[in-house]
Design a protein around this ligand. Structure first.
Ligand code: FES
Ligand code: FES
Length: 165
């Protein structure tokens, strides 16, 4: 039996035919679409390394069945920068040393993007820690990650105030 589905991944329409309904979005991205920026850590919803945005919301791709997301808009780390220009969240992770080995970083950045878009980040580091608690970092770069999210969301808010003025 085959399962055709269409996804928009980083703005590009992708038609895929699966032969197994158990394929996760994570495996589809990494193994079928060659988008390996999304990492497989635990493969059971416990580390956040596989975080992507599905229709603008943060999702653990290892827990999401691809067939359940026919028609969805997917954003992965590969779709965050604009050409050579880093997204402010990416730039803030570099500026604030929000990583060491970098394995968790794509998931951290996608989670931060979702969090900021949800309008939940605020300016309280504790709140950011709580809202990012599903994203583990084996290198324990948490202090830099929180600073990066705070800084990026401040810069993004300033940018949107400027463009509204
Ligand atoms: Fe998905 Fe760990 S790989 S949460
Ligand atoms: Fe190494 Fe987070 S930077 S796991």
């Amino acid at each position: 039996m085959s399962f055709p589905l269409t996804l928009t991944v980083n703005g590009v329409k992708r038609n895929v035919v699966l032969d197994d309904p158990r394929v996760t979005l994570l495996d589809l991205l990494r193994e079928r679409l060659d988008l390996t920026g999304t990492k497989k850590g635990c493969d059971r919803g416990q580390c956040g390394a596989c975080t992507i945005l599905v229709d603008g919301r943060r999702v653990n791709a290892c827990l999401a069945l691809a067939v359940s997301h026919d028609g969805a808009e997917i954003k992965t780390i590969e779709g965050v920068a604009e050409g050579e220009r880093l997204h402010p969240v990416q730039a803030a992770f570099i500026e604030h040393d929000g990583f060491q080995c970098g394995f968790c970083t794509p998931g951290q950045i996608m989670s931060a993007l979702g969090l900021i878009a949800e309008g939940q980040a605020g300016s309280d580091p504790e709140r950011i820690r709580e809202a990012m608690s599903g994203n583990l970092c084996r290198c324990s770069a948490y202090a830099g990650i929180v600073e990066a999210v705070l800084d990026a969301q401040k810069k993004l808010a300033e940018g949107s105030r400027r463009s509204a003025a």
